[in-house]
Design a protein around this ligand. Structure first.
Ligand code: NAD
Ligand code: UDP
Length: 236
């Protein structure tokens, strides 16, 4: 996980010293956490973990690729709130931490409306950083291995800057996430916001759409289809 240290941090303002109350049992057990994109595949698993750890969780999601179904076990729970919200619009809530996941992750969906994808990455991240600045919250961005583009070195180290096509059909996502990362570091350096960036590689698991279009689900779906086909094909 990229953290603001080493060379990246040369001109950084230190984050404001948190109040000692922040480490108190009361604060820790009443922490309010915003999860953008919490109705999606990864976000809903994160929400499960946070709820199981007895946090107060607010999900903001526009349901473009996510679904309330993924969160149905928490709807109505006193520590859980669900807001239909598009992160390209400002959001006024009072929270202590932000997990900023909102963004379609599958190429099928992020290429469907590329301008919207880049707005989600750039304006959406700007809004969440503005929110983090106003309330003094720590913010994590889910970035992607796609920031390395078509990498020229393998495996990729965090220090590698990538090899990205700025004008291709995937650029709305790849370059969008790169700008989002830049914004995270600029808000950290300029305003002392506490930040984390996780560059996630291909992930799969329960609640992923079978037609998601990414490599692992494609292999599994194709294997299942071949199996079905073999089952129904007469032997001679
Ligand atoms: P997903 O599509 O299942 O979830 C994304 C969620 O964001 C959905 O609930 C969607 O409705 C919501 N969303 C999209 N645009 C929004 C907007 N403008 N405002 C509010 N909500 C919006 O994807 P996922 O696989 O859960 O990915 C979550 C995050 O992880 C994304 O930021 C993605 O880029 C990143 N990531 C995922 C993978 C992976 O393999 N799944 C790999 C790298 C990075
Ligand atoms: N913002 C938000 N919620 C907040 C505070 C700010 O959505 O609680 C948005 C705000 O509307 C702006 C963005 O975050 O578009 C960046 O805010 P910042 O204060 O950093 O910049 P400024 O508003 O001065 O341009």
């Amino acid at each position: 996980m990229a953290q603001p240290n080493g060379d990246h941090n040369a001109a950084a303002k230190p984050p404001p010293t948190p109040s000692p109350l922040r480490f108190s049992k009361f604060f820790q057990s009443n922490m309010r956490i915003l999860v953008t994109g919490g109705a999606g595949f990864i976000g809903s698993h994160l929400v499960d973990k946070l709820m199981e750890n007895e946090k107060n969780v607010i999900v903001a999601d526009n349901y473009f690729t996510g679904s309330k179904d993924n969160l149905k076990k928490w709807i109505g729970h006193p520590r859980f709130e669900l807001i239909r919200h598009d992160v390209t619009e400002p959001l006024l809530v009072e929270v202590d931490q932000i997990y900023h996941l909102a963004c379609p992750a599958s190429p099928i969906f992020y290429k469907y409306n590329p301008v919207k994808t880049i707005k989600t990455n750039v304006i959406g991240t700007l809004n969440m950083l503005g929110l983090a600045k106003r309330v003094g919250a720590r913010i994590l961005l889910t970035s992607t291995s796609e920031v390395y583009g078509d990498p020229l070195i393998h495996p990729q180290e965090e220090s590698y800057w990538g090899n990205v096509n700025p004008i291709g059909v995937r650029s709305c996502y790849d370059e969008g996430k790169r700008v989002a990362e830049t914004l995270m570091f600029d808000y950290h350096r300029q305003h002392g916001i506490e930040i984390r960036i996780a560059r996630i590689f291909n992930t799969y698991g329960p609640r992923m759409n079978i037609d998601d279009g990414r490599v692992v689900s494609n292999f599994i779906a194709q294997a299942l289809r071949i199996n079905q086909w073999l089952d129904y094909t007469p032997l001679s």
